[in-house]
Design a protein around this ligand. Structure first.
Ligand SMILES: Cc1cc2nc3c(=O)[nH]c(=O)nc-3n(C[C@H](O)[C@H](O)[C@H](O)COP(=O)(O)OP(=O)(O)OC[C@H]3O[C@@H](n4cnc5c(N)ncnc54)[C@H](O)[C@@H]3O)c2cc1C
Length: 435
């Protein structure tokens, strides 16, 4: 029996799981009830601007999130035709990551005929749009301020009981662990002992008002600026181009970044000042005036996010509980990480809807067999990408790296357009399994 679904966490995967399960299962289970339990008392405003791939946007459209996002007007994010890639050494454009497709209209969805480019949007706006979409569903409830502590499979029953820090409990037929990289669902219930590990990288990011900068941008919407000391992303994140989002991945030791966000304000201010110096030292010699100005501007409010990952492998599910998104496979961020979290939820919801008369574990097995290889591929690819981009290089190596970029992009785009953007891989999985 499947009627009550419990979701732990209201990040991208928790919210999209609620929408996907409501979308695919309500026609089969009219009295379906989905409850999301979130640790924070209100939606979190943390995080910068996310890059959403055409694949993620297509999913969002199917789930009704894109319509909600459009309600935000200019704050619904900026469409990205291409991320332009520049050499900070020569100032020249080396290559670009194209999201506009052959005819400049974006990538198409064979089912609906709609087309999508990429988009850069602030994470908080996306979360609020997703929450608005859940409110329209009628069978999704959100409960804030509930910290998941532990769960147990009730003996001789088809239910799981979850326990929260405030002493309350809830029971459900299916538990979805969408509680991110530090997932208590993973560590306390599904796969105890599989802890997150620091990657050696932290993301330094900030925003700055365009009007506070004297120099004009050298790109249309989004740029990646390579130097011998790493790369600086500089991008707009709203339609009116009034604010810029910028970020750089830096290598640093875990001791220096641990508990960074929990420090006193004066200590955080000191760290932020050192982040400013770090970014300035890496990019102040760029021959591109706009890169120099952003990297050295006192107006940027720099923040640091240490990046942790969940080692590959491990267990993803038990009899009635399964991990999704970062809880299962947090990795170094790449443009599609959010799309991976969303893919997880849609894939699982569709598999369960196609196996509605089977035990949940059968669906979990099918899901696991379809998902493992893709996740392992993405995980290894992300690690290679940052290793390649970020290790400090001398002048000769920098020269070679710049020349290799167009080939690497071509390879990546071939993979993306053939297997992801046209939806082939995702749909094919279903053809193979369910035809
Ligand atoms: C610095 C950084 C930059 C990134 N940039 C990009 C990008 O540009 N593009 C992209 O596609 N992806 C990016 N990613 C990756 C992307 O953000 C993640 O893959 C995605 O957010 C995963 O979503 P999630 O819902 O699985 O986890 P999360 O977003 O972490 O959500 C987990 C939720 O669970 C809640 N929670 C945690 N513990 C409990 C508990 N015990 N009880 C109840 N609730 C709990 C949390 O409060 C949170 O709301 C980035 C990641 C990082 C770290």
């Amino acid at each position: 029996m499947l009627r009550d679904i419990i979701i732990i966490g209201s990040g991208l995967s928790g919210l999209s799981a609620a929408l996907a399960f409501s979308h695919y299962l309500t026609p089969l289970i009219p009295d379906l009830r989905i409850t999301i339990f979130e640790l924070h008392p209100v939606p979190s405003t943390s995080g910068g601007a996310l890059s959403l791939s055409p694949v993620a946007l297509r999913h969002f459209d199917h789930l009704g999130i894109l319509d909600e996002l459009e309600e935000y007007g200019p704050e619904s994010g900026v469409d990205v035709d291409a991320v332009e890639i520049f050499s900070s050494r020569t100032g020249k454009q080396i290559s670009y990551l194209d999201f506009s497709g052959k005819h400049g209209l974006g990538y198409g969805d064979a089912e609906t005929g709609r087309r999508y480019k990429a988009r850069r949007v602030m994470r908080i706006n996306l979360s609020l749009a997703m929450i608005a979409a859940t409110e329209k569903r009628g069978n999704i409830k959100m409960v804030f301020g509930k910290k998941f502590l532990k769960a147990e499979q009730l003996e001789d029953e088809d239910r799981i009981e979850v326990h929260f820090q405030d002493g309350s409990q809830a029971t459900g037929h299916l538990l979805l662990g969408c509680d991110g990289v530090w997932s208590a669902t993973r560590r306390k219930f599904i796969d105890p002992g599989r802890d997150a590990k620091y990657t050696g990288f932290s993301l330094v990011q900030g925003t700055v008002k365009t009007a506070s900068l004297k120099v004009k941008p050298h790109f249309r919407n989004s740029s990646m600026n390579l130097s011998k000391n790493g790369s600086l992303l500089i991008t707009f994140h709203e339609k009116q181009h009034q604010e810029i989002f910028t970020s750089a991945m830096v290598e640093c030791r875990e001791e220096s970044v641990k508990d960074h966000t929990e420090l006193d304000k004066w200590k955080r201010d000191l760290i932020n000042e050192s982040l400013r110096k770090e970014i300035s030292s890496r990019f102040k010699d760029s021959v591109i005036p706009f890169v120099r100005e952003v990297a050295t501007s006192p107006e940027v409010d720099w923040m640091m996010y240490p990046i942790y990952q969940v080692p590959l492998g491990g267990k993803w599910y038990t009899q009635r509980a399964i991990l999704l998104g970062d809880a299962a496979h947090a990795m170094l961020p790449r443009d599609e990480s959010a799309a991976f979290a969303i893919d997880d939820t849609i894939l699982l919801a569709r598999i369960i809807s196609n196996h509605i008369d089977y035990p949940l574990e059968t669906s979990f097995q099918v899901y696991d067999s379809l998902r493992r290889a893709d996740i392992a591929h993405a995980f290894k690819d992300s690690a290679k990408l940052w290793q390649r981009r970020n290790t400090d290089a001398g002048p000769i190596e920098t020269w070679f790296r710049e020349r290799l970029i167009p080939f690497q992009i071509k390879h990546e785009m071939k993979f993306k357009s053939a297997e992801q953007f046209e939806g082939l891989r995702f749909e094919q999985s279903f053809v193979v399994v369910f035809a």
